[in-house]
Ligand binder design. Structure first.
Ligand code: ADP
Ligand code: MG
Length: 364
């Protein structure tokens, strides 16, 4: 019969490839029981969207087999680590991670990325919300095929649920309010606070926010008002887009908001016949940005007529055509992004633990 210590010390050799910590010290092993020849436990992963989940599970199974365990019962679950600063925690207590999608300029595909990643994440089983905070051009309702407006129950705005994602958009409220684009700082911060406090978001693993483009007043105010876990920057390969993306990252760096990484959209056009990649807008804008700041390059997305058609008709491709190459690209980027968010959340957790233990002075 195998002993608990043997199982635990063997499991300690399994290291999360992204977090560089072993699964036991990260508390991923729960409810271990050994009854005769039977070993059972729960493997609690950091996010259902982690790109290394199957790798970790396989590693666990292989090592248990090497220990000579024939009757193994592993229950695999996932619990998304909370990645938000405690100081801002009174806002949205049920939301574990807030991911803001930003771009240096409009038209680079920020909303396309926000919508498709939200849907791809929710497909993994994660609870996802999508807040369209682009006050200049709220296009999430169009891209998510939403025609209804949200109900108000007990004084709280209820998000509209589309493709299992809870959605709130500035666009829902335009008819009652004013036209787009005239809001300034204090009003922006008032509106965004309402989206945070007056909406019944409930429990969410990820709240994705489609920020207004650029480095002006509106995105800056929002980034300061919302307790963001990290920013995902969308750019295109052109130098102009890259230069404004650099400016945007500089701004978020100054605000001390972690950058999850860079996504390059409209990277290439694949020839439908020969599959060759034509780089219409130049090469390497996203990579250059990631190298300049030492931040992750989360992935590239081709310029593709189906991505456009599906977005613009409210049929997000990861759900509508899940086996397409385009869907797979968004699925992969969603996993990469969730993996990076886990890393940021864990860094924050360790930092908070250290602060509580008085090891390092708390930064103010
Ligand atoms: N990878 C892509 N391939 C084809 N069309 C795209 C792609 N990304 C975005 N588009 C299209 O380009 C337009 C602008 O994209 P959008 O996501 O609205 O940009 P932003 O939110 O940055 O202004 C939309 O019509 C969208 O469907
Ligand atoms: Mg947009």
């Amino acid at each position: 019969m195998v002993h608990v210590d043997q199982v635990m010390s063997t499991l300690r050799q399994v290291v999360d490839p992204e977090l560089h910590r072993d699964i036991v010290s990260m508390g991923m092993i729960k409810d271990l029981s050994i009854e005769g020849e039977k070993v059972s436990f729960t493997l609690e992963l950091t996010t259902p969207a982690c790109p290394f989940n199957s790798e970790i599970e396989q590693d666990v199974r292989d090592r248990m087999a090497n220990l000579g365990i024939k009757d193994l019962d592993v229950k695999v679950t996932a619990r998304v680590t909370e990645g938000r600063a405690i100081s801002m925690d009174e806002l949205l207590p049920g939301v574990k991670n807030i991911i803001a999608i930003a771009s240096g300029k409009g038209g680079v595909g920020k909303t396309t990325v926000a919508v498709n990643l939200a849907v791809a994440l929710s497909k993994t089983g994660a609870k996802v919300g999508l807040l369209d905070a682009d006050i200049y051009g709220p296009s999430v309702p169009l891209f998510m095929g939403i025609k209804e407006t949200p109900a108000v129950v007990d004084g709280k705005i209820q998000p509209v649920i589309a493709y299992s994602v809870k959605v709130i958009s500035m666009g829902f409220f335009y008819e009652q309010s004013q036209q787009a684009g005239i809001y300034r700082g204090p009003i922006v911060s008032g509106i965004i606070k309402q989206f945070i406090t007056d909406v019944n978001w409930g429990e969410l693993d990820y709240l994705i926010i489609d920020l207004p483009p650029g480095t002006g007043d509106a995105p800056l105010t929002m980034a300061q008002t919302i307790p963001i876990t990290g920013i995902l920057v969308v750019t295109t390969p052109q130098d102009v887009a890259m230069n404004v993306a650099i400016k945007a990252i500089g701004m978020f760096n100054k605000l001390n908001i972690p950058i999850i990484g860079v996504v390059e959209n409209m990277s290439y056009l694949e020839c439908p016949n020969c599959k060759e990649h034509m780089t219409i807008f130049g090469v390497g804008g996203g990579k250059k940005v990631s190298e300049k700041f030492g931040i992750s390059f989360v992935g590239d997305i081709p310029l593709n007529p189906e991505i456009m058609a599906n977005s613009d008709t409210g049929n997000p491709i990861p759900l509508i055509n899940p086996n397409s190459d385009q869907a797979k690209i968004f699925d992969k980027i969603a996993r990469q992004m969730a993996g990076r968010v886990s890393v940021i959340a864990n860094e924050l957790k360790s930092q908070q633990e250290a602060e509580t233990a008085g090891e390092v002075p708390a930064t103010t």
